[in-house]
Design a protein around this ligand. Structure first.
Ligand SMILES: Cc1cc2nc3c(=O)[nH]c(=O)nc-3n(C[C@H](O)[C@H](O)[C@H](O)COP(=O)(O)O)c2cc1C
Length: 211
């Protein structure tokens, strides 16, 4: 089992998404200790080390067949290639994604712009206008804390573009097995905040044996 952990909080100390990711990884590793295939774990920290945004050269290179790319173009795409290879290496993806202005952090968007690429993670058939995800067969877990309560299905859930965006995006590249663990109300009173963390911990512990 190959786990890629992708963290996007811009802070390390006090980060709920990072702390709960560690809780989950520890429980998941313990639950699979006796498994015949060893667990491999890689971490990509786009919060602390964001990938470069695509440039004009990057875009030009992306739409050319690999054999037609100049050395400069290959260089422009090299970080993206590394990130895609790492993503496709994994069969389990754990995303730590704080809600930032109702959506994902810009650091994660930069990562997404680098990994969602034609003929690498999705394909398009012009004869029937169909898209096909090329990253199917993977599982994704998204741990998403927020200051307020914008959990989908609650009164302000329509403002949550984090869940819907990541579900659509991962589905687009073929990843259908997606679990979202929300950790709302982190700027509310202590009791409310702690209760949300405890609920998320319980959800993650329960998930760790079957994921
Ligand atoms: C730039 C920025 C924008 C934020 N936008 C929202 C928001 O739209 N809704 C919300 O409930 N919380 C928002 N927050 C609060 C974070 O989601 C919350 O502090 C969360 O715990 C951060 O994740 P972390 O603890 O893993 O760093 C924002 C925080 C930052 C830094």
């Amino acid at each position: 089992m190959k786990l890629l952990e992708i963290q996007s909080s811009v802070r390390e100390a006090g980060s709920i998404s990072r702390d709960l990711s560690q809780v989950f990884i520890q429980a998941w590793q313990q639950a699979h200790d006796a498994s015949p295939s060893p667990i491999e774990h890689r971490k990509r920290d786009v919060g602390l080390t964001p990938p470069a945004h695509p440039t004009a050269l990057w875009t030009q290179a992306n739409y050319l067949p690999p054999e037609s790319r100049s050395p400069e173009m290959l260089q422009a795409l090299s970080e993206s290639e590394t990130l895609i290879e790492e993503l496709l290496w994994a069969d389990h993806l754990l995303f730590g994604v704080p809600m930032y202005n109702f959506s994902v952090p810009a650091t994660l968007k930069a990562y997404i712009d680098n990994v969602v690429r034609i003929n690498r993670t999705f394909a398009f058939d012009p004869s029937n206008h169909r898209y096909q995800g090329l990253a199917s067969g993977r599982k994704a877990l998204i741990i998403t804390p927020s200051a307020g309560d914008f959990v989908v299905g609650t009164p302000l859930g329509h403002l949550n573009f984090c869940d819907s965006y990541l579900r659509s995006l991962l589905g687009f590249i073929g990843i259908e097995d997606i679990t979202v663990v929300a950790v709302p109300s982190q700027f509310m009173d202590d009791e409310t905040r702690q209760q949300a963390v405890a609920t998320a911990r319980a959800e993650l512990t329960a998930l760790s044996t079957g994921w």
